[in-house]
Ligand binder design. Structure first.
Ligand SMILES: [Fe+2]
Length: 245
């Protein structure tokens, strides 16, 4: 029987080689998400790192990267890999233009804050946002969710992102190191208009349409920034079963 990660990859190819407008796309995405929910560290020969690490990663004194990436697969349809985050480390707020994704926490706890993409040109930043963010490209994002995914209980957690839903997110390892399996489709392609941009929240919310019930129903203005200096990845070889498609 094929390994679970091989089945995940096969389902990912089946899902993402079709158009997202195909009537069976959502059903295939659901099958993929359910398969990913079942992936455990043992399916990937992955040993949880430094789980006794009680002190958060020290950005100023550490020379090792806050985040490690293990590449598993990439073709024109999707990319798959594992991100390992040291305690307290963050993948800063970023986006996935025109992409879908599924993230499954393998161990540790990950806090996600997500915003939905809002169609370009439908909102103008208010005066105070324009003044504060005059040096940056400003993008509105609608607050979607802030949640804790716990990889140490049950099936852990899975987050789906779509071309608009949860497309901007930041990811933090809390209470210790954490890791997640990540599928993105199609892969980033800067020459094809799918480059990753990092953002800073302007902390100025704005209502869209009728008055919102709370600040979190509102739109947050996001300022595009260069990749933060305290975030970078190093790379390790993926130790799990080979994937062949
Ligand atoms: Fe992401």
């Amino acid at each position: 029987m094929a390994s679970l990660i091989q089945r995940v990859a096969g389902q990912a190819r089946q899902t993402f080689r079709m158009s997202s407008l195909d009537p069976t796309f959502k059903e295939n995405l659901k099958v993929l998400s359910t398969l990913m929910e079942n992936v455990k560290t043992s399916d990937l020969n992955l040993k949880p790192r430094n789980t006794g690490q009680t002190e958060p990663y020290n950005k100023s004194s550490s020379v090792s990267a806050p985040v490690t990436y293990m590449h598993i697969w990439e073709d024109e349809h999707f990319t798959m890999g594992i991100f390992l985050l040291k305690h307290g480390c963050r993948i800063p707020l970023h986006d996935h233009p025109g992409m879908f994704g599924i993230l499954k926490v393998l161990y540790g706890k990950i806090r996600l804050k997500c915003f939905d993409r809002i169609e370009e040109g439908t909102m103008d930043p208010p005066e105070d946002v324009r003044l504060l963010g005059s040096k940056h490209k400003l993008t509105p994002g609608r607050f979607s969710t802030e949640q804790l995914l716990d990889g140490d209980t049950g099936t852990g957690g899975v987050l789906q992102l779509g071309q608009s839903k949860n497309n901007y997110h930041d990811i933090v390892a809390v209470d210790g190191p954490a890791a997640f399996l990540d599928i993105l489709a199609p892969p980033y392609d800067p020459s094809g208009g799918r480059d990753c941009t990092y953002y800073r929240e302007m902390d100025i919310y704005q209502s869209q349409g009728q008055a919102a019930d709370s600040a979190k129903d509102n739109v947050q203005w996001l300022a595009a920034i260069p990749q933060p200096r305290d975030f970078w990845c190093d790379y390790e070889v993926y130790p799990g079963p080979e994937v062949e498609l």
